[in-house]
Structure formats: structure tokens, C-alpha cells
Design a protein around this ligand. Structure first.
Ligand code: G6P
Ligand code: MG
Length: 218
């Protein structure tokens, strides 16, 4: 039986939390008199908390003290945690459980590769934590996506060569990271944004069981 490694990003791939990150950053930016568009927000997806705030400050041409920077990072996370406090299985994106089940039936290793430091909390809340053979998150990496570090560590943890790994990603930075890691990238979202992925699907409802099986066999 072939063994491939299936690595999932979390926010915007498994759960519908990308909107909460956006809302939390937007509120914080407003307090600094900085406005940013949904298009600019695409550049924040997949990007670490620190790097996201640096980008927002650069868009608004603002320099702030390290103390204020740390304070704002804490505030953003508090706001975000408020949004996800009541999270349950309803927030799992459509057909993610079906795809996970196909992979489990076929005994394929499954890993998480997320920039979020809240990843474990979220996976526990939506009762998916036990589906993952390895979890690599924002607490385990020193380099943020588009650096491939998170996916390379995940591949190592599930004991699969990078070229035998398949990554599901909704962010520009994450698709770049997967490509740089020499993995197959599957973009979840729009072709206009994720055109650099090997495959792009609007969401998991478009991904058939046969397509997953073909990835395992090829
Ligand atoms: C994910 C999201 C980003 C978020 C980052 C850090 O990759 O796509 O929007 O900034 O994780 O998340 P955290 O929960 O640690 O702030
Ligand atoms: Mg994401």
C-alpha cells in the first residue's frame, strides 16, 4: 500500500476561523487609524501573529515601541479568543470530515501544519485532534510561512519524504511554502489568489474521494 503524507493547514482549511483573524486584526488596525482591505488581508493569511502586525504597521506607515507592539499582539489574541470561545463542530468547513475519513480508511498519515499558536485549542474544540498523527503549529517553528519549515517538520514527524506529501492550504504564503518544500500543493479558495498551487478547489466539496485516492496511488 502506498503511503503519502497529508498535511493540512488549519485556519481557512479545516475550520472557518480566517474570518475571525480578519475581524480581530481589522478592529486593532482601526484603533491605530489604519485601514486595510480584504485584498491586503490575503497577505496576512498563513502568516504568523508577529509578521501580521509588522505588515499592518507598514501599510499604515506607523512605527511603535516594542512595548506597544507586544501589548497589541496580546490584545489581538484576546479578541480572537473571544471569537472562538464558543466554537464547536459547526465551524468545521464542509466535507473536511469526509476527506479525513477517506485518508483514515486508507491508513494515510495525517498532519497539521499551521502558523497558529491556538491550533491545539481549536482542534480540541471541534473534536478533530485525534484525527492527526502529528501537529506542528506556531509554537514549534522559528520561521513563518512562506518558509517551508512548518511543513518539513510535519513531514519528518509522520515519517514521509517531502515529495510524497500533499498540502492543503488557503493562503498565498502557505502554497508558496508547500511548493518550496517540494510538496504537492492544493489550494483551497480562489484560482485568482492561489494560481501558484498544483491544484485549486473552491472548497472540499469539490474534492472527490477518487481524487484523494488518485493522490495516494500516484
Ligand atoms: C494562521 C492564520 C493567520 C494567523 C496565524 C497565527 O496561519 O492564517 O491569520 O495570524 O495563523 O495565528 P495565532 O492564532 O497564533 O495568532
Ligand atoms: Mg490558512
Amino acid at each position: 500500500m502506498n503511503k503519502k503524507g497529508f498535511i493540512f493547514d488549519l485556519d481557512g482549511v479545516i475550520v472557518d476561523t480566517a474570518k475571525y483573524h480578519f475581524l480581530a486584526w481589522q478592529r486593532l488596525a482601526k484603533g491605530l487609524d489604519i485601514d486595510f482591505t480584504e485584498e491586503e488581508n490575503e497577505q496576512l493569511k498563513g502568516v504568523s501573529r508577529v509578521r501580521s502586525l509588522e505588515k499592518i504597521l507598514a501599510w499604515g506607515n506607523k512605527t511603535i515601541s516594542q512595548d506597544l507592539f507586544n501589548d497589541l499582539m496580546g490584545k489581538k489574541n484576546e479578541e480572537y479568543l473571544g471569537f472562538i470561545a464558543d466554537m464547536d463542530t459547526d465551524e468545521i468547513l464542509p466535507d473536511v470530515p469526509r476527506v479525513l475519513n477517506v485518508l483514515k480508511e486508507k491508513h494515510q498519515p495525517i498532519a497539521l501544519g499551521s502558523a497558529s499558536k491556538n491550533a491545539r485549542t481549536i482542534l480540541e474544540r471541534v473534536h478533530l485532534i485525534s484525527d492527526f498523527n502529528a501537529i506542528v503549529d506556531g509554537n514549534d517553528v522559528s520561521k513563518a510561512k512562506p518558509d517551508p519549515e512548518v511543513f518539513l517538520i510535519a513531514a519528518k514527524e509522520i515519517n514521509v519524504q517531502p515529495e510524497d506529501c500533499i498540502v492543503f492550504e488557503d493562503s498565498v504564503a502557505g502554497v508558496t511554502a508547500a511548493n518550496t518544500a517540494n510538496m504537492i500543493s492544493i489550494g483551497i479558495g480562489s484560482k485568482d489568489v492561489l494560481g501558484h498551487a498544483n491544484y485549486v478547489f473552491k472548497d472540499f466539496t469539490e474534492i472527490t474521494d477518487d481524487f484523494i485516492k488518485s493522490l495516494i496511488e500516484n
